[in-house]
Design a protein around this ligand. Structure first.
Ligand SMILES: C[S@@+](CC[C@H](N)C(=O)[O-])C[C@H]1O[C@@H](n2cnc3c(N)ncnc32)[C@H](O)[C@@H]1O
Length: 298
């Protein structure tokens, strides 16, 4: 369960503590994801792939820019169940670096708008769009999914990949998503959901402590999506896929004698191994699992 740890930050001048200021929840979440030099870190890995910023491909970037369990494989699994090929204008909620947005826009020739709290992810993601010459198809903007700067009935469809774990007020989240989608639009959620009671081991990729981890059960997701006005089309528990994915990843890293040039370690740096290890252990104990939910706005 989530312990109530106050979120604060301290101001020091000449090593003297001047003030302790309450930190906004959104800042705590975006600080968790802050790298500090992310675009340069990605660019620095390109020579090891034999690539430059002009020759790098969407596939090269997938290990770093699809920040959810199963990466591109998981995105493909979700996409195979959607009808985005017919959709012109899509929404990516909590887009991160926009890897899924670039992949989907290039597959189906549609436009994707992404929104994310983390300014560094938005700036880095927009730079990656320029590398791939996709900046005319994709627009990534900084903002909160709880207060999206988009008009009602704007998008033909959308998706949210591993974002709800940071958002407590899922009723407002789904009401906002419902508001900006057009009637008939399909929306896909792929989040880590709580499967049973039990303390999570931290840090995990989405939170350093329990203070910014806001997991909900599949039943709670379904209830809140329905309350927001969506019709549930399909829900799929991806527990077994996630276990297989991490087993294969571990075997590949061992066989290759280390991680590839680009990967989640590029995003999470030194904490990557511990965060992934804890997440895998939490999945192994049956406390959490990734779940897909596909819904439609009637
Ligand atoms: C684990 S990452 C997933 C990023 C991306 N969806 C992907 O799969 O690559 C979670 C993302 O959710 C974003 N996020 C969390 N709370 C948010 C909110 N209230 N509004 C917008 N973005 C949010 C974070 O900034 C972070 O980029």
């Amino acid at each position: 369960m989530n312990a109530k740890i106050p979120l604060t930050y301290a101001i020091f001048v000449n090593h003297h503590l001047i003030k302790i200021i309450p930190m906004s929840y959104d800042k705590s979440v975006s600080d968790h994801y802050l790298h500090g030099n992310l675009l340069n870190a990605i660019e620095a890995a390109l020579p090891a792939l034999g690539k430059t910023t002009t020759t790098v491909t969407i596939a090269d970037l997938a290990p770093v820019d699809e920040f959810h369990i199963g990466g591109r494989q998981a995105t493909d699994h979700l996409l195979a169940q959607l009808n985005f090929s017919e959709h012109a204008n899509l929404l990516d909620v909590g887009c991160g670096l926009g890897g899924a947005a670039r992949y989907i826009a290039s597959q189906f020739n549609n436009s994707v708008t992404g929104i994310d709290l983390a300014q560094e992810y938005i700036d880095t993601g927009n730079a990656l769009c320029r590398w791939l010459k996709l900046e005319n198809k994709i627009s990534l903007v900084q903002g909160s999914a709880l207060d999206m700067p988009f008009n009602n009935n704007t998008f033909d469809g959308g998706y949210m990949l591993h974002v709800g774990m940071n958002i407590e007020d899922k009723a407002t989240l789904f009401a906002q998503i419902h508001r900006v989608l057009k009637p008939g639009a399909t929306f896909a959620v792929y989040d880590i959901m709580r499967q049973s009671d039990g303390e999570l081991t931290y840090p995990v990729p989405w939170a350093t402590t329990s203070s910014t981890s806001k997991l909900a059960t599949s039943e709670q997701y379904q209830q809140m999506l329905t309350q927001a006005g969506f019709t549930l089309i399909k829900a799929t528990n991806r527990h077994d896929f996630s276990v297989d994915f991490f087993n294969q990843l571990r075997a590949k890293i061992a066989a290759d004698d280390g991680p590839p040039p680009l990967g989640l370690h590029t995003l999470m740096q030194q904490s990557a191994a511990q965060k992934v290890k804890n997440m895998v252990a939490n999945i192994g104990k049956g406390i959490i699992a990734p779940v897909e939910m596909i819904v439609q706005k009637p």
